[in-house]
Design a protein around this ligand. Structure first.
Ligand code: ZN
Length: 315
């Protein structure tokens, strides 16, 4: 038995003993879902779903996920969901998928060098609460996680007022660390951490990794930008130019997947947007290539909610 399993079993055993359980140790999900031969590195497919063209794109994405039996987390804007509630429910109401929030309307929850300044505290409260409420109303299940629009290079570290709102809304985790140091890309392969130092040990940060794929294709029409860090902490993850084909994009993804395994990271999750994926690659070939590689590497497919469960157990 490896160390991680024995640690979990010990903790679960203690928990069962303390709570006066029936005497049988309940195995946590990580033990149940880690199939023989799988690595301990989880792979999470995640989608920031945020504009009108995301609906048609999601329908293609879902088809690939079902074919691969690959789980996913969809972070969805409240506004986007409310524009097509029945369609999204029909498409995504599946045990494979976690539905989480991408705020209500993509307003900034803290200052972001590229995306602009934070809105007022009242507006931030609305973004957090109304986004969660929309997911729960439309999917009739709890919404555990929040990915703020654009994300930040320092997550919500040092933002106790926003963390207080996140706690009050009842979120279990945020996925807000979506940039490398000094607002560089790629976002490094950071592991989960909690906000204990800010006074919120119950809130977990589960970062996103790699490039915001829309920028790899110049879909925001930014052109060349000061996006990378020097000296680069992860030079092999910086392509020579914009991606031109799904195979180019897969080559970038592969660097992160391989590195996560090589360095024993708990998980890897790239920052994807349905509208941008469909515009670049209407047949979703990149998903095919990436999921085939995930299977070849024997990574453990997961959602952010499942990762959160592990993170809380292992803390
Ligand atoms: Zn977004």
């Amino acid at each position: 038995m490896n160390n991680m399993c024995s640690r979990i079993l010990r903790r679960e055993f203690i928990k069962t003993a303390v709570t006066g359980g029936v005497g049988l140790t309940v195995l946590p999900d990580i033990v149940k879902t880690q199939a023989a031969g799988e690595t301990k590195t989880r792979y999470i497919a995640a989608y920031d779903t945020e504009s009108a063209s995301c609906l048609a794109a999601c329908s293609k994405i879902v088809e690939v996920h079902k074919r691969f039996e690959m789980p996913a987390t969809f972070f969805i804007l409240g506004k986007t969901l409310e524009a097509n509630p029945g369609e999204y429910r029909k498409l995504l109401d599946d045990p494979l998928f976690e539905i989480a929030s991408h705020t209500y309307s993509h307003q900034m929850l803290r200052d972001n060098v590229f995306c602009g300044q934070a809105v007022s505290m009242d507006q931030r409260r609305d973004e957090i609460f109304k986004g969660k409420e929309a997911v729960e109303r439309i999917f009739e299940r709890p919404c555990m996680g929040l990915r703020p629009g654009c994300g930040f290079d320092n997550a919500f570290v040092g933002e106790p007022k926003v963390l207080e709102l996140i706690k009050e809304a009842g979120f279990q985790y945020v996925s807000s660390l979506l940039w490398g140091p000094d607002y560089s890309l790629p976002a490094l392969l950071r592991a989960p951490f909690n906000y204990e130092a800010d006074g919120f040990p119950q809130i977990w940060e589960l970062p996103g990794h790699g490039w915001h794929e829309n920028l790899l294709k110049d879909h925001n029409r930014w052109g060349p930008r000061r996006l990378t860090l020097w000296p680069p902490p992860f030079p092999e993850a910086i392509p020579r130019g914009f991606c031109r084909t799904p195979a180019d994009e897969f080559e970038v993804n592969k660097v992160f997947l391989d590195k996560a395994i090589e360095t024993g990271k708990p998980f890897v999750s790239l920052i994807w947007h349905p509208w941008s994926l469909a515009k670049f690659d209407p047949d979703m070939k990149m998903l095919d290539l990436t999921f085939t590689h995930v299977r070849r590497l024997k990574m453990m497919p997961s959602t952010y909610a499942q990762l959160h469960k592990d993170a809380a157990i292992l803390a």
